[in-house]
Write a protein of this length. Structure first.
Length: 432
């Protein structure tokens, strides 16, 4: 999707908030309908039946009738697509949408244009008539600004951060943390391979977000020390404010704006880094990480409470702030078929020069010194080189570099050999 920042007028903002309320209300009605379904009952109404029921509801409700029918129907269509994905995968059942958290709506194109084949031939339907497509009405004002037509709001300006206007049939408007955004439903073209035959390994970490096998280290931008202090200040003020007061909402809104700025920086960094990787390398290899399990809470249950819960929660926040998953996802979108996942175990313990695996070679977080060959390197760069090689990470595998067998861990129960001192010379022997 192509995402842009919108700048509506106060009157347009009020109308768009009303569209958000109508879309959220219709979505919640659909969720409530399907929540009453149980095995043995009649099937829940589908999209067509819900659209007929929406027509009846609009006739009975003046508040609902004041909104746009297409926007409300698109909310039902989004729900139908969410249910289809749930039945296909069994994960992600549609849930209730809340005010101030799920603010948004989808708009279909209003401009009907004829459809042509690549060779310029008009596309005809079964009745022999010209097929028409509904495209979004977008006008470019100048190099920095453009405008889009929103039902009931007229022309709404948005910041044009890409050289070309998007050609889409639908778009989605979202509102969060005091900012309006516009996302056109288009599929960007993948980036062509550079053809240089180069491959790169990416090792993701906390201290260094992404270490590349060519020696470069990339760090995702974080909030500054001053911004973290502001967050703590506003959180303390919100905690002291009365429950439900305007002061509490205002302080929490300031915290949300700072965290939204951090998320925007992280997304921008992931977009630029993924583009750089897709343009500069033929094959991009990442270590396979299960981020969901790595950031799972250690709280436990009432019967079996967890340990070091606060420390684990802090580590989870640091991991999620690096954008590991987003970087891998966007790189896969921009370089389809050229991104590979390498097993993560032992990539940080294997020497990239001789292939020896030893825990003691990792001296610290940043220092790697092989106990076998003496090779010295930054630990993250060494891991990235192993990822770039795409080696099997099993400890019993014979490393490619020199065919060296990994060292086995010695058991503490095994008897250690006795060291015997053998003198170099016997007593009375002439050394000359």
């Amino acid at each position: 999707m192509s995402r842009f920042r919108m700048y509506p007028t106060p009157q347009q903002e009020q109308q768009m908030l009303l569209h958000c309320a109508h879309a959220r209300y219709v979505w919640n009605l659909a969720v409530e309908q399907h929540a009453h379904w149980k095995p043995g009952r009649k099937p829940a109404p589908g999209f067509a039946e819900q659209c007929r029921q929406l027509t009846q509801a609009r006739a009975a409700s003046e508040w609902l009738r004041a909104g746009n029918a297409n926007i409300q129907q698109q909310a039902l269509k989004d729900f139908a697509e969410a249910k289809a994905r749930f039945h296909a995968s069994g994960f992600g059942h549609p849930t209730w949408r809340k005010k101030h958290r799920h603010e948004g709506f989808r708009v279909i194109g209003a401009d009907r244009v004829p459809v042509f084949d690549p060779d310029g031939t008009p596309v005809l339907n079964a009745k022999g008539k010209q097929v028409m497509s509904r495209n979004v009405v977008v006008h470019k004002l100048n190099r920095r600004w453009a405008r889009v037509k929103v039902p009931g709001c007229g022309w709404v300006r948005f910041r044009l951060t890409r050289p070309a206007l998007p050609d889409a049939k639908t778009f989605r408007v979202t509102f969060r943390n005091g900012q309006w955004h516009l996302a056109f439903a288009i599929r960007p073209e993948p980036i062509d391979a550079p053809g240089n035959g180069r491959s790169v390994g990416v090792d993701r970490g906390v201290t260094i977000t992404a270490a590349l096998s060519d020696g470069r280290t990339l760090n995702c931008p974080q909030l500054t020390v001053k911004e973290h202090a502001k967050i703590r200040k506003h959180q303390r003020r919100a905690a002291r404010s009365p429950k439900g007061s305007d002061r509490k909402r205002s302080e929490y809104a300031k915290v949300a704006r700072l965290k939204a700025a951090e998320a925007d920086r992280r997304k921008d960094w992931c977009e630029k880094t993924s583009t750089m990787l897709a343009r500069g390398f033929e094959v991009i290899r990442f270590e396979r990480l299960n981020i969901t399990n790595m950031t799972r809470s250690a709280r436990g249950t009432a019967e079996r409470p967890g340990r070091n819960v606060a420390a684990k929660a802090g580590l989870n926040r640091v991991i999620l702030a690096q954008g590991w998953g987003l970087l891998r996802q966007r790189t896969g979108h921009k370089a389809p078929g050229r991104v590979e996942d390498v097993p993560a175990p032992y990539t940080s313990l294997r020497c990239s020069a001789c292939g020896w695996i030893e825990k003691n070679s990792r001296k610290s977080q940043a220092e790697f010194c092989c106990v076998s060959c003496g090779f010295t390197c930054n630990a993250d760069i060494n891991a990235a080189i192993n990822v770039a090689a795409g080696q099997d990470a099993s400890p019993g595998h014979r490393a490619r570099a020199g065919g060296v067998t990994p060292r086995k861990r010695s058991s503490a129960r095994e008897p250690q050999p006795t060291r015997v001192e053998i003198p170099l010379f016997q007593e009375g022997e002439d050394v000359n």
